[in-house]
Design a binder for this molecule. Structure first.
Ligand code: HPA
Length: 273
């Protein structure tokens, strides 16, 4: 069987054969947060299914796409349609696009997601800059044979989210007049939302927000030496007195409402990268 490294190389060769410009920044957008593409000057779109070895779900019926172009004058590649572990992709498959984007030339990865708040000072609609994460409740995409050409067997994870990018985001948010929170993202596999006891446990363990994405992409990004910035939109609150039910609709609605703020933040931030 062809190695993961060769799969990445074949995917990259295909993409370079159809689009010759080198992106500098990769962007992965969370559920309900995909509008950023409309701010881009789009050069080229490539559906996942046309790219060799790109993970495509047959269950979903249609695949996402890579969008190449410019955002605020910077060359970017954005993933429209994210791969989630809970959809049945392997952790390594979720990481695949990040590795491809790295080999295409990006140096920085911007990631957003929708997440449940477990920090009791958070409100629905808050933006939380991710300053660290807890990945122990998810599956690590680096399990198995290490590809030394990609990165080390035992990657350092002391600063998965780059301090300079966090500082830049705070300055940018200030300029835009946004109040942003900061905290630890706790990764879970989903697809169930957490029980009340689980939300409390996550908070006790040091999480400020909990979500079903991001972790595998960030680990893969750290492995290959990318500078990562991550931000969560708090779409629901896990720790609360009333016996409210959390629904996917509520999550999407809150994400959609916060989306313009996040789009503006990314649009302004990339100017400073
Ligand atoms: N838990 C896990 N994932 C999520 C949540 C949540 O409460 N909200 C949005 N994604």
């Amino acid at each position: 069987m062809i190695s993961v490294l060769d799969q990445i190389k074949e995917a990259v060769a295909y993409i370079k054969g159809h689009y010759s410009l080198k992106p500098e920044i990769g962007i992965v957008l969370g559920s309900g947060l995909g509008n950023l593409a409309s701010e881009m000057k789009v050069d080229k779109e490539m559906y996942y299914e046309e790219i060799p070895h790109f993970p495509v779900s047959t269950v979903m019926g249609h695949s996402g796409k890579l969008i190449f172009g410019e955002l605020s004058g910077r060359r970017v590649v954005a993933m429209s349609g994210r791969l989630h572990f809970y959809e049945g992709y392997k952790a390594q498959e979720v990481a695949f696009p990040v590795r491809v984007m790295k080999m295409l030339g990006i140096e920085t990865l911007l990631i957003s997601n929708a997440a449940g708040g477990v920090n009791t000072s958070f409100k629905v609609g808050d933006l939380m800059i991710i300053n660290d994460h807890i990945s122990l409740a998810t599956v690590n995409p680096l399990l198995g044979k290490n590809e030394d050409e990609l990165g080390p067997r035992f990657p350092d994870m002391s600063e998965p989210y780059k301090k300079e990018l966090i500082d830049l985001a705070k300055k940018t948010a200030d300029k835009l007049g946004y109040k942003v929170k900061e905290g630890v993202y706790f990764g879970v596999t989903g697809p169930t939302f957490e029980t009340r006891a689980e939300y409390k446990m996550i908070h006790i363990l040091g999480g400020d927000a909990v979500g079903m994405s991001t972790i595998q992409e960030v680990i893969a990004a750290c492995h290959v030496g990318l500078n990562v910035f991550g931000i969560s939109v708090i779409t629901d609150l896990g720790i609360r007195e009333e016996h409210n039910i959390i629904t996917h609709e509520e999550v999407l609605q809150a994400a959609n409402e916060a989306e313009p703020k996040l789009t503006a933040l990314f649009r302004e931030m990339v100017k400073g990268i």
